[in-house]
Design a protein around this ligand. Structure first.
Ligand SMILES: NC(=O)c1ccc[n+]([C@@H]2O[C@H](COP(=O)([O-])OP(=O)(O)OC[C@H]3O[C@@H](n4cnc5c(N)ncnc54)[C@H](O)[C@@H]3O)[C@@H](O)[C@H]2O)c1
Length: 310
């Protein structure tokens, strides 16, 4: 039986990943400092997994957590963009130094694979060519983007220097039900508004194109990549449909059957409307058979059911 460490396993993606890997026959250990994630998110599986309360900024905690595992899914991070901007030192310590600690702890431990979750939205900066492949220049413009990219560069450095079998995902916006789900991302916010028949407010023109991946499809992709022979690579991973925020709002109104009104609100003067870009997922498809199963509409239907019934 394979044993996996999920850092940040009490958070949004991690708490569902812990459950899915367990269902697939993995032994699961979670490392989390419970800054954002909570023990409640692991309540249903807590007797079947190991939970380590610890901090990736602390090398001893990290070494203990890595002991005896075969694979590592590294999700622990300061994932809030505003918090990274407000406290860049915390972002540096967690997203860069914490990631370096995870890699350092993996040295000489026969770890089969280490997968790091970076975001696609914050990394490419000004787009010079679409669809955006992994070869597109990276120029993050936020503290979140810079520090997550720093972690990614450490992944590559430990592969090149020490031969650690690392992989990085540059994943698009994640949505869908999970024990750790919060109403803090656009799809969850719009569904919540529709279910309460409250007005949806779109900032800017609504023509911004975005890409979303259903959380279960992302976790399937983690599993496929962790079980593949691929290493030392970076992959864009997302859903196959790109959609404008206007069309997304209309789709959610349709799926929920709501009478909600859609309105537009001006952006702050200093905010630049990022119109978004198309990502290429060809490399992930070719190298480890990445194939999301849910269309945006199917994923939103599952989310709506969950938010209606819990
Ligand atoms: N959710 C998305 O749309 C999205 C998109 C792209 C990339 N990502 C990346 O995926 C990963 C998981 O995202 P999420 O949405 O589940 O975030 P989340 O904030 O819900 O989960 C992160 C977890 O890490 C834990 N953590 C924070 N600092 C820690 C530390 N020093 N030591 C140990 N644990 C610590 C938090 O308590 C939390 O449980 C993050 O690395 C994030 O940057 C997320």
């Amino acid at each position: 039986m394979s044993k996996i460490l999920i850092t940040g396993g009490a958070g949004y993606i991690g708490s569902l990943a812990a459950r899915k890997f367990l269902e697939d026959g993995y032994e699961v250990r979670v490392l989390d400092n419970f800054l954002y994630g909570s023990r409640d998110n692991l309540e249903q599986i807590r007797d079947d997994i190991e939970i380590f309360e610890g901090d990736i900024r602390n090398i001893e905690d990290t070494k203990k957590a890595v002991e005896g595992v075969d694979k590592v899914l590294h999700l622990a991070a300061i994932s809030s963009i505003p918090l990274c901007s407000k406290d860049p030192d915390l972002a540096i310590d967690t997203n860069i130094k914490g990631t370096k600690n995870v890699l350092e702890a993996c040295l000489d431990k026969n770890i089969e694979k280490i997968l790091y979750a970076n975001g696609a939205a914050g990394i490419y900066g000004k787009i010079v060519e679409t669809p955006v492949t992994e070869k597109h220049p990276a120029k993050p413009v936020s503290s979140y983007g810079v520090t997550k990219y720093g972690g990614e560069l450490f992944m590559s450095a430990y592969y090149e220097t020490h031969g650690l079998p690392t992989i990085t995902f540059r994943q698009s916006n994640v949505y869908g039900p999970s024990p750790g789900m919060k109403i803090n991302s656009v799809i969850q916010i719009f569904v919540n508004k529709c279910l309460k028949n409250e007005k949806i407010e779109i900032f800017g023109s609504g023509n911004q194109i975005r890409n979303f991946i259903f959380i279960e499809d992302l976790i399937d992709a983690y599993k496929k990549a962790l079980e593949s022979n691929v290493k030392g690579e970076v992959f864009n991973v997302g859903g196959f449909e790109n959609i404008s925020i206007n069309d997304l709002a209309e789709l959610i109104v349709k799926v929920t059957g709501s009478n909600t009104e859609i309105s537009h609100k001006e952006m702050n003067r200093e905010e630049i409307e990022n119109l978004g870009f198309k990502l290429s997922f060809e490399k992930a498809e070719k190298m480890f058979g990445f194939k999301p199963k849910h269309s945006l509409e199917e994923g939103i239907r599952k989310l709506v059911e969950y938010m209606k019934n819990g």
